[in-house]
Design a protein around this ligand. Structure first.
Ligand code: FDA
Length: 393
């Protein structure tokens, strides 16, 4: 069988790429080993798919070459995707931080992409195993469970490593290496952090408590969003965002009362209500059980606030506004939303997504060394890079 374009991966980027190439009149075949297309889209955003964001900037992405995302985001912006969603009559709403979600179901996004593919005669073959890929004078030749397939352009849209049970594989990285490209070291991103045993002992009983915090990794921006205490450690948007920037083994700083200067609050409490005990005072500002656990962890006695000297008050303020959390690690690909690292973008044209050294070989989506913040940015990267690959493949 011979087609113009083979896309490996019927996920977000692969389907967008296939529909775009099909619309140009290219004969497109999508291969995926899964038995269903767009599985990650279906489970995303709690089943409602946070498909993009009202504001998308290059600074919302991590990539060793920070300029790489600019061209694709300009060629196919969040407004373009929002227009497609609207054209298909999909109802959506905006949540905090500009995040856009379907009103009903993520299924609508998958149906939309499949119907765009269908309209442009894209063939999608699921349950297809790719055994080998080679490149000759006639383009690419794939040995697959569906037989031998020849194509002029090959698009690798196999995604990252997160959630292996949904069909994630390192195949895209292996293909990149086969063609001489570098793959930047990969690790779990947008991932919950686990606690050291001493901290776990104090915080595990609080599992389920969530509060607004500011979490910041050494090398990253500060994120003011919810932090959730879980059985294994800490999660919630603020933690997931900071996890992208956290170096292996590094601590993160948690401001447990981001809108307050605790030193000032404590000084006021000492002056106005000197007889109140520390736990009562802290419980005005934090969930009571968390205040109790923090006091136990730090070894603070439950004295009247008047009894505490300046050094003690400063130490309390510092802990609450700059709590240094040294995680044991993270929960890994099992629960991570994305994969940091991936195919080195230095080898890929940011304007076309074509490999600079292997004409006809394209990459789209998360398989590349591009990771977005939480908030619809990873899908936007899939749509933008998929579109650009589809325009050129
Ligand atoms: P994607 O993973 O979507 O697709 C890759 C495809 O390649 C899959 O269909 C896979 O089966 C196929 N494949 C892999 N190996 C293969 C092989 N060897 N042979 C054949 N096929 C192969 N992002 C966001 O912006 N908003 C959100 O709400 C969420 N929510 C979310 C929730 C959860 C639980 C997860 C795990 C992730 C998210 N994300 C997200 C991230 C988002 O899902 C992700 O970034 C995109 O799906 C990436 O799109 P890709 O097309 O690159 O990969």
């Amino acid at each position: 069988m011979k087609v113009d374009v083979v896309v490996i991966g019927a996920g977000a980027a692969g389907l967008m790429c296939a529909a775009t190439a099909g619309a140009r009149g290219r004969q497109v075949l999508v291969l995926d080993h899964a038995k269903q297309a767009g599985k990650k889209i279906l489970i995303s955003g709690g089943g409602r798919c946070n498909f993009t964001n009202m504001e998308v900037l290059p600074s919302n992405f991590l990539c060793d070459n920070p300029h790489f995302v600019k061209s694709a985001l300009a060629q196919y912006s969040h407004w373009d995707f929002i227009a497609m969603v609207a054209r298909h009559g999909i109802a959506y709403h905006e949540r905090d931080h500009g995040q856009l979600f379907c009103d009903d179901s993520a299924k609508e996004i998958v149906q939309m992409l499949l119907s765009e593919c269908d309209q442009h005669n894209v063939q999608i073959r699921l349950r297809s195993q790719i055994e080998s890929v080679s490149r000759g004078e006639q383009g690419f030749s794939l040995a697959t469970s569906q037989g031998r397939i020849q194509c002029d352009s090959l698009v690798v849209a196999t995604g990252g490593l997160s959630m292996p049970k949904l069909g994630a594989t390192p195949y895209g990285y292996q293909l990149a290496e086969q063609f001489g490209l570098t793959v930047k070291p990969t690790r779990a991103g947008l991932v919950p952090l686990t606690l050291q045993p001493e901290d776990k002992q104090h915080f595990e009983p609080l599992s389920g408590i969530s509060l607004t915090t500011t979490v910041q990794a050494l090398q990253g921006p500060a994120f003011t969003e919810q932090l959730l205490i879980t059985h294994r450690g800490v999660s919630g948007p603020a933690v997931l965002q900071a996890s992208n920037y956290r170096g292996v083994g590094e601590a993160v700083t948690v401001d447990l009362l981001p809108s307050d200067e605790v030193a000032t609050l404590l000084a006021e409490a000492k002056q106005n209500t000197p007889k109140r005990q520390l736990l009562t005072v802290l419980s005005d500002w934090l969930p009571g059980r968390l205040a109790e656990a923090l006091m136990a962890r730090q070894g603070w006695a439950n004295e009247q606030i008047a009894q505490l000297n300046k050094a003690q008050l400063d130490a309390i303020a510092d802990t609450l506004n700059r709590f240094e959390l040294k995680p044991a690690g993270d929960e890994g690909y099992r629960t991570a939303e994305v994969t940091l690292g991936g195919v080195d973008t230095d080898a890929i044209s940011s304007k076309t997504m074509e490999c600079k050294t292997v004409p006809g070989l394209f990459f789209a989506g998360e398989v590349m060394d591009v990771t977005g913040w939480l908030g619809g940015y990873n899908f936007q990267w899939a749509w933008s890079s998929g579109y650009v690959a589809g325009l050129n493949a």
